[in-house]
Design a protein around this ligand. Sequence first.
Ligand code: ADP
Ligand code: MG
Length: 387
Amino acid sequence: MKELNKSSKVMGILGGGQLGRFFTVAAQKMGYSVVVFDPDKKSPAGKLSDKHICRSYDDLEALDELKKICNLVTTEFENIPAKTLRYLEKDIIVRPESKAVSIAQNRIKEKNFLKKSGIPIGRYNVIDNFESIKLLNDEVDVFPAILKTAKFGYDGKGQIHVNSVTELEAAFVKFNNAPCVLEKKLDLDLEFSIVMARSINGDYLEYPLIENQHEAGILDLSIIPARVPSILKKEATKLTKKVASDLNYIGVMAVEFFISNNHLYVNEIAPRPHNSGHFSIDACVYNQFDQQVLTLAGGRPKDEETKFPVSVMLNLLGDLWFRKGEKKSEPNFEIIKSSEISIHLYGKSEPRIGRKMGHLTILGLEKQSVEDVIRKAESIRKIIWEN
Ligand code: ADP
Ligand code: MG
């Protein structure tokens, strides 16, 4: 492994999954060397990086080593301990800063922050002991609801649907009485996200709105542009700008929205590039990871130039590797190869049910409508599942 000397041409990233991997590619393309910090020996980003520090996030000695090599550090997922970011922040530049990440990584803090900023959110209660469950008895209209752990949830993990106080108590015990939020289940008309980038000077860039369809709490399909009425689009942009400026946000961030009975609600904030923003890799001149590199380095985000105004992203979960039953078999991507389809695999050796292994981007050709491209995506899905 080559020796890295500390210079402005070295960037660090905490977390080495697929988001870190795309970041690494973008940074290296712009002439930077990348240090990936991730405890997993087989981390997808670690494999491509100039250096992989394979230690745990609370290993101060290893963090000191990171500080010695780079001036600039970012994160690829919100579950990096805020303490780690604060430790780095003492000596080097961390973007987004620990404060923003610490809010986004704790659903209780996140709801408090959103409420204080005047952002519309769905009805919820903090559940942090049995007393707080008892107090619910006096409230009407709590169920059906979803109990979500305040920390460490992703891809629908750390969530249990509950319909009664008894079920809620059982779910809370299942989470070892860890602090949670109980969200009233909303009737969803549609889900969408806004992926944006913001510079140290507050320059703001937003990609087209992305419509998201989930299966069992995991993103399945992203559709660009989202089929959202323009009045709600404008409102969502306003809310996203407010969130970003109140967080003093620097970097790439995604805000997830619900539309329920024609009303807008913010679901959650991701302080990093987002799975739903992957279309930008193939559909835009500058993708969300380019913007992450540019803003981390103190520059402005580049104007979003869409090469393909219509596209659909389809996640490839480990389930596909088990389409023939228990025995694992590699999908046959050869048969779907075409110039309008971009296949991305993340280099994960072990497919598991629900694990994100890669994604496909289906680019809309001239005159193709969103519905045409969705139909195409569904037919491609069918082909790879049946082969
Ligand atoms: P994660 O961190 O796993 O993305 P989310 O809170 O975004 O957690 O939940 C995952 C998905 O579960 C959402 O995208 C949505 O489809 C569904 N969901 C979450 N909260 C609610 C809710 N209050 N009402 C209805 N559906 C919900
Ligand atoms: Mg989510």
